[in-house]
Design a protein. Structure first.
Length: 178
């Protein structure tokens, strides 16, 4: 069985990421990633642009900022995955999503362009994951001051997207489409 199909074990990643990894179902990981993208796009595709500029509460990100954050985080997790899978032992820094989101100026863009970006980022992630050699999945490195395996990073990025889709569906969309 390819290593990427095996769920990461405790100790391969910081316990903070349990909440993301636990969300990822078992099965063919590449199919899961592709299905996730389709499901997320289906949830958001028909949302009016003006609604995507809204947040569910004061001080929270808009829908577009959430999508932008998911894209930024997936790129960062995939970059970490690539570096660690290739055996790079250079410690990788963390990032401050609360600085990245406003810097992205996502509100100036259309929802359609944000969803196009999400689809492209996910397609690139799938291509990266599908092309890694099996033994690369067990490689470990340090990211954000914590040990992490390549396999864990794949599950973290998938679970992170699921977490934010859930937030969009439960906190944002009920208020925006009612």
């Amino acid at each position: 069985m390819p290593l990427y199909l095996q769920r990461p074990q405790t100790g391969e990643y910081d316990a903070y990421y349990d909440k993301y990894i636990a969300r990822v179902p078992d099965g063919d990981f590449i199919e899961i990633l592709a299905r996730q993208a389709d499901e997320t796009l289906a949830v958001l595709r028909d949302l009016p642009d003006n609604a995507a500029d809204q947040a569910y509460a004061a001080g929270k990100w808009s829908v577009k900022e959430v999508i932008g954050h998911v894209c930024d985080a997936e790129r960062i997790f995939a970059y970490r995955l690539l570096r660690i899978a290739r055996g790079d032992q250079t410690p990788l820094e963390g990032f401050d999503e609360n600085k990245y989101a406003p810097a992205g100026q996502f509100g100036a863009r259309t929802l359609a362009s944000m969803l196009e970006e999400f689809a492209a980022v996910r397609a690139a992630t799938i291509t990266l994951i599908a092309g890694l050699p099996n033994d690369a999945w067990a490689n470990t490195g340090v990211a954000n001051n914590s040990p992490v395996s390549a396999r864990s990073l794949a599950y973290i990025l998938a679970g992170h997207e699921l977490h934010h889709r859930d937030v969009l569906q439960t906190r944002y969309l009920p208020q925006l489409v009612s």
